[in-house]
Design a protein around this ligand. Structure first.
Ligand code: ZN
Length: 182
């Protein structure tokens, strides 16, 4: 997966997954997504963009629900511990936006939506690739189902994104950064 860049430590979707390691990965992906969406929803409130805030709030709930379901599937198994770079949003951050450092307070709705869309597509591709390469039928079906869910999320984001004006080219220039964050 060239999109994962020089880190290169991400597990390849074509690697032989066990159901257990796949569920652990899926749980990390869904939990982090829920967290990011809650953050983005708060950000969009600050931007007085209720439509985008509501979308992110709903997506946070959807991802949290999905995480709960995965946790149920994991049950009493002991899933492997994952490293942070194995999560969804790390591959999705666009280099110029780097939204989760100190600059993210000024991210516009347009950029937030683009970031979210990239994260959904990233997860969709990942789950689809696992489904494609999985030999075990249960794992294959589950990965396929997860991929389809991410497709739906991406479509919801796209529907709002097409109505969202792109910001001016100088959006990242901040003449008055908040103290302690700049
Ligand atoms: Zn999603």
């Amino acid at each position: 997966m060239s999109a994962d860049g020089p880190r290169g430590a991400k597990p390849a979707p074509e690697a032989p997954w066990t159901l257990e390691s796949f569920l652990a990965h899926a749980l990390a992906i869904e939990e982090e997504a829920a967290l990011r969406y809650r953050e983005l929803a708060d950000q969009m409130e600050l931007h007085h963009n209720p439509e985008t805030a509501q979308l992110f709030g709903e997506l946070a709930a959807a991802e949290a629900e999905h995480a709960a379901r995965v946790r149920q599937l994991i049950g009493t198994r002991k899933p492997p511990v994952l490293m942070p770079w194995q999560y969804r949003w790390h591959g999705a951050e666009s280099p110029e936006a780097s939204p989760y450092d100190a600059a993210h307070y000024r991210m516009t709705p347009y950029h937030a939506l683009q970031l979210a869309l990239a994260a959904e597509r990233h997860a969709e591709r990942f789950f689809a690739a696992v489904a494609e390469h999985a030999g075990e039928p249960k794992l294959k079906a589950l990965a396929q189902e997860f991929a389809e869910e991410e497709t739906l999320h991406a479509e919801r984001i796209t529907a709002v994104l097409v109505r969202t004006p792109s910001p001016p080219a100088d959006w990242a220039i901040d003449f008055d950064p908040p103290l302690g964050l700049g």
